[in-house]
Design a protein around this ligand. Structure first.
Ligand code: ADP
Length: 388
């Protein structure tokens, strides 16, 4: 339920309660029962406030806090008997004056360590006949953050799409102009193919990313044999490795199983292996190893490549983050590979970690929950030393 709907519901419920209270009061009056105190909450209001997830504050006719939910105190909206935000207080006074419900948004300075500020959506309504005012405030910080991330993502995608599309259009024009020069036409057509391939990779990665982000956990999981996933990923990357004379080897425990989606796992591993190849110099080695680790299965991809600067390590799993954008593009990178790996790992209840040293190489490790709760390898373990 949206905040506006919830707030509407609450204010409506309060109105019903007040109506009932008034009837109750009238009947008690006739029975000479005492009227409720002007400083007390209308009957039933406290129970409604107690179940609300949002911060709720009731002010009396003199702006004193009659009731505040623990969330309102935790957010620093209320201290003792006072409402701390001046803007809110002004709003409450207006509402008390003209009896009209008002909505607004406002920010309060961070009250938690490391937090800059909290943004609230508020709804303020009159409550009862004694000048009481109800303030409902909903923390919007997370929603705003998610919106900002989404906006950034759309801006990034547009930018990433614009580059190859722009290049394609320029190349098409150039080919038109060079119609009499078959050699130039062949050269530019080759570059067009390259740009078109880049566009295809980007679209494919975007589709994969939206598929896993939208479908956690995995829709149709099954038992997955890690050996097959490793083989699939290695087969796919053999040509790329051969072009740079990179030796691609695998080894470790065999027969390990997880519960999940073999295609997604192969995509994730392929991304790690492709990166290992892309960010390594020629004539080096990329090692894929598997091992049982208690209730998990670990698949590691190690390279002897350029490594990752320490300050970039925690950002490399973000969508479109690249240490060196030009190098990433030159190798056909989309900037989405590791984001896909991270989401595939999370969708399987696992994680991906990285160790890296600039100039020495990197190791990425996928850790996934083992099928059946314990990682079991078959006894004829292929030794990694032997593979090397
Ligand atoms: P890209 O398509 O740019 O490779 P990724 O999401 O796969 O995008 O990786 C993000 C960035 O992390 C890369 O641009 C690169 O700077 C860095 N990176 C990833 N894997 C490696 C690796 N094995 N060695 C060095 N840097 C890497």
């Amino acid at each position: 339920m949206s905040f506006a709907a919830l707030a509407g519901f609450v204010v409506g419920a309060m109105a019903v309660l007040l109506y009932r209270n008034q009837i109750g009061t009238a009947s008690r009056r006739s029975g000479a029962v005492e009227e409720p105190e002007p400083g007390a909450l209308p009957q039933g209001v406290a129970s409604v406030l107690a179940v609300l997830p949002s911060s709720a504050v009731v002010l009396d006719a003199h702006d004193r806090v009659l009731r505040a939910s623990s969330a309102a105190r935790a957010f620093g909206l209320v201290k003792g008997e006072r409402l701390m935000a001046a803007e809110l207080l002004a709003l409450a006074r207006q509402v008390r004056r003209d009896g009209e419900i008002r909505e607004s948004e406002f920010e309060v300075a961070g009250h938690r360590f490391g937090q800059e500020s909290t943004s609230f959506a508020v709804r303020v309504a009159p409550l009862g006949a004694y000048g009481q005012v109800l303030v409902l405030a909903e923390d919007q910080t997370e929603r705003r953050r998610v919106e900002a991330v989404r906006r950034d993502f759309v801006a990034n995608v547009s930018h990433e799409l614009k580059t190859p599309v722009g290049a394609l259009s320029l190349l098409a024009e150039t080919i038109q102009d060079a119609a009499d020069d078959p050699e130039a036409v062949t050269r530019f057509a080759g570059r067009m193919q390259h740009e078109a391939a880049r566009l295809t990779y980007l679209v494919q990665d975007l589709i994969t990313l939206s598929r896993i982000q939208g479908a956690e956990p995995i829709p149709t999981p099954s038992q997955v044999l890690i050996d097959e996933v490793v083989q699939e990923a290695i087969d796919h990357s053999t040509t790329k490795a051969a072009v740079k004379d990179i030796t691609l080897v695998s080894g470790g425990a065999e027969g390990l199983r997880v519960w999940g989606d073999d295609e997604l796992l192969a995509t994730a591993l392929r991304n790690l292996i492709d990166n290992a190849i892309a960010y390594s110099p020629e004539h080096t080695r990329v090692i894929v190893s598997t091992r049982p680790a208690g209730d998990s299965v670990e698949i590691s991809v190690s390279d002897q490549g350029i490594g990752i600067p320490e300050e970039a390590l925690e950002r490399i799993f973000e969508r479109f983050f690249r240490v060196d954008a030009a190098r990433s593009r030159a190798t056909g990178g989309t900037g989405l590979g590791l984001a896909i790996v991270k989401h595939v790992a999370a969708a399987h209840g696992g994680e991906v970690t990285v160790w890296s040293k600039e100039g020495s190489g990197s190791t990425f490790t996928l850790r996934l929950p083992a099928f059946g709760g314990t990682a079991v390898a078959v006894p004829n373990e292929k030794s990694l030393e032997a593979a090397l």
